[in-house]
Design a protein around this ligand. Structure first.
Ligand code: SF4
Ligand code: SF4
Length: 165
């Protein structure tokens, strides 16, 4: 890991490295995601699958994920689209990283009718993800995957970025 004078960046990079080396956290996240998906199916929020919410420049969204989720997503799913400020896993309107997509991806729907219920689901599982990091000795950080200060491919590349090797 290269030296850095930014203590926050150094801590994030160290946590990223720990997440990438942890063999058990992805399995635990996969099991958790299955429960999230079950709850979302029960809620059945409306969605026209227009894909706009994944085009961050149009939707004015930011995408956050824990380091464990980032590690799983970036290791399982190679980037597809290199467009600036778009999720690189989107092809047309479709998500090509369905299995590895984050909790935030799984629980975001734009229609107002289910917003409160979705927030509850998100917060419930986000707390569990925090605990999973502790269980697997991976320092918890919540990463802004769309942060301008970060190299874009830090989070969306199938190859580990320098700071997270
Ligand atoms: S990973 Fe999939 S669901 Fe998440 S922002 Fe990208 S295209 Fe959208
Ligand atoms: S949640 Fe909304 S913006 Fe996102 S794909 Fe569905 S209808 Fe489109």
């Amino acid at each position: 890991m290269p030296p850095t004078s930014d203590p926050d960046a150094a801590a994030e990079a160290s946590a990223c490295a720990a997440a990438r080396e942890c063999k058990d956290l992805p399995d635990a996240l996969t099991e958790l995601y299955a429960r999230v998906d079950r709850d979302i199916r029960r809620l059945a929020p409306p969605c026209e699958r227009c894909g706009r919410c994944c085009r961050f420049d149009q939707a004015a969204h930011r995408l956050f994920a824990s380091v464990g989720e980032w590690a799983m997503l970036s290791q399982q799913c190679g980037a597809i689209d290199a467009a600036e400020n778009r999720c690189p896993y989107q092809a047309g309107n479709a998500c090509m990283a369905r299995d590895g997509r984050t909790l935030a991806c799984r629980t975001y729907f734009c229609h107002a009718a289910t917003r409160l219920a979705l927030r509850d689901i998100y917060e419930q599982y986000h707390a569990q993800i925090r605990r999973l990091h502790a269980t697997h000795s991976v320092p918890y950080h919540y990463l802004d995957l769309t942060a301008a200060r970060l190299p874009r491919n830090r989070f969306f590349c199938s190859n580990p970025p320098t700071s997270c090797r």
